[in-house]
Design a binder for this molecule. Structure first.
Ligand code: HEC
Length: 154
């Protein structure tokens, strides 16, 4: 076999081996938000988001009915989150994850929320992936809207 032939064979083999990678890249691009959402769909997403924010707002401000609805006990001291942190943005959701001195460990926002429920509030820790956590998180991020993302900051 001549060296030119060998070179051709090598080039063809390399092209065949790269084909799956090229396909993956092309298909991924095709599913990544190719078509913009229409106004109606965007409004439906926003309405959904605001429902969670409002639920979180109620939990944050100690609404007993909201706690009962969601089956959680965020406090047994009579203190709601808002009594120590008047608005959701006071707890700087945009600075997580970070080293949290009170816990002596690197913590996510959800872990810090549960720390406050258990320690100052003497309540019952909530499921980190449950609805009450999602709602509290939605309310806090909504309160801090426009803040510059600054993880790790103190
Ligand atoms: C009795 C007062 C008190 C109550 C009530 C309370 N916390 Fe806290 N919270 C603290 C203290 C003290 C800290 C630690 C100091 C700090 O970081 O501000 C803290 C810190 C936090 C932080 C981290 C803030 C940061 O910037 O590092 C989060 C998140 C938080 N609390 C969420 C909550 C949530 C959610 C509730 C209600 C379920 C709640 N807290 C109720 C006292 C309270």
């Amino acid at each position: 076999m001549t060296s030119t032939k060998k070179r051709y064979i090598l080039i063809i083999a390399a092209a065949v081996l790269c084909l799956p990678l090229v396909l993956v890249l092309v298909t991924n691009q095709a599913v990544a938000h190719k078509d913009p959402h229409d106004a109606e769909t965007l409004k439906a997403f926003q309405d959904q988001f605001m429902e969670w924010v409002i639920l979180g707002d109620r939990l944050y401000h100690g609404d007993a009915a909201a706690e009962k609805e969601m089956g959680v006990t965020l406090s047994k001291t009579g203190m709601a989150c808002a009594m120590c942190h008047p608005i959701g943005s006071d707890i700087h959701p945009h600075e997580f994850p970070k080293f949290q001195e009170q816990m002596s460990e690197f913590a996510t926002l959800r872990e810090m929320i549960n720390w406050c429920i258990e320690k100052p509030n003497e309540g019952e820790k909530i499921d980190p992936n449950g609805d009450a956590m999602k709602a509290l998180e939605a309310y806090m991020y909504w309160s801090a809207k426009g803040s510059v993302l600054d993880p790790g900051r103190h």
